[in-house]
Design a protein around this ligand. Sequence first.
Ligand SMILES: *Cc1c(COP(=O)(O)O)cnc(C)c1O
Length: 475
Amino acid sequence: MTPEAFRQAGHELIDWIADYRARIPALPVRAQVEPGAIRHALPTQPPQQAEAFSRVLADLDTIVVPGVTQVQHPMHYGWFPSNAALASVLGDIASSGMGTLGISWESCPALTEVEEVTCDWLRQLTGLSDRWHGTIHDTASTACVTALILAREKASHFSKNNSGLQALSAPLIVYSTRQAHSSIAKAVQLAGFGNDNLRFIDEDPYTRALIPEALAAAIKADRAAGLIPAGIVCSVGATGTTAMDPVAAIADIAQAEDIWLHVDAAMAGSAMLLPECRHLWEGVEQADSLSWNPHKWLGTILDTALFYVRDVAHLERVMSTNPAYLRSTADGQVTQYRDWGIPLGRRFRALKLWFHLRLDGPDAIRQRLRQDLANARWFSAQVEAAADWDVLAPVELQTVCIRHTPKDDAGNALAGDALDKHTLDWVNQINQSGAAFMSPSMLDGRWMVRVSIGVESTEREHVERLWGLLQEAVA
Ligand SMILES: *Cc1c(COP(=O)(O)O)cnc(C)c1O
């Protein structure tokens, strides 16, 4: 494709995207397709000849869009807000259009230095001290694997430089809670610790926050048994109920025991743009690494996961390889992001953040976050006040965990499997209708429904409409 042909097709595509975004509210929230439907609509053989752009664009409408669950829809309350602010989309297009290669500072100095600066802007916007240095990963999952490798290499005195974990005299142990995101258990497996060496520490039965005394006792018991405590993963906004582990108390233990502390704030990190929310991660300055996803609530399009460390020298010592063909005269004066994580080649991801922050501006973003918090409080108050409805966990941010428990004529509340069936029935009915979408999830072995508020286009009227749908569904 020549630049001239690109210009023409590109204008059409931008028009298509703008029209598409405008009509999202009229589309069903959940994709209304059966498994395999999209695959069957596509040719099984690859194209033999070049096709016209108009045909590709037409297939986007007829084949692809019906297979999209509309997470930008104002009635999307599933999983977490996966906002894709159009300002950040422009940055993504600019990044792709330039076709840069990030394998060293030399291969694209701007890629490295815009990333350094935007990570530092986000550091300032979230109230972190200048002892933190950041980079952009694809996801929080990758950031957590990286953090646990840093923990592993600290506790094992750089086992990677000799025979790895296989030569250690005792297993390395990682501590977290059952509320922690599934990516934590995956990272524990992939970083070589193994499931048996992941300790789920007791939580408060209501807030679901880690109990520091239980953590200290578990570390003590492991040391007494000759094991090697290596890492703690603390959740600021755990996935199920947005549980907030007490970072300061955990950091005290991590420091006293000299154990790597990683803070997973993937979802809740966005809230730290608001000074009034920062008490939720008080003590974060004492952690060793921290990750959060602007690609969730903040709204910088996927994939934008921030990863910060305080000890860059340790990070580089663990991650660098420095082959001869990548050395340059600038070494020593510049950041080589290939030595900050697992991949060698990187995209110019920072442009998404750069465009987003400059075009939308932090003030407007903060205002939207505050509106979402107010909507969550309003919704939670309606549920609390209604007969037979319960809010099951503290509403720390924008996620409200709810259940409806009807009573029979004798006044006995529905329980057990019958209650589970009732919950799944009403939530599936709404989800299947396409009118709204929420995520059913388990709490203490029973189904409940998570209502995650925070899509960029969700206003109070949409949350009111949701509350109406819920009441109709159980009536
Ligand atoms: C979403 C989430 C993750 C995983 O994020 P990815 O970027 O999809 O890997 C991890 N931890 C928490 C608390 C999350 O909310």
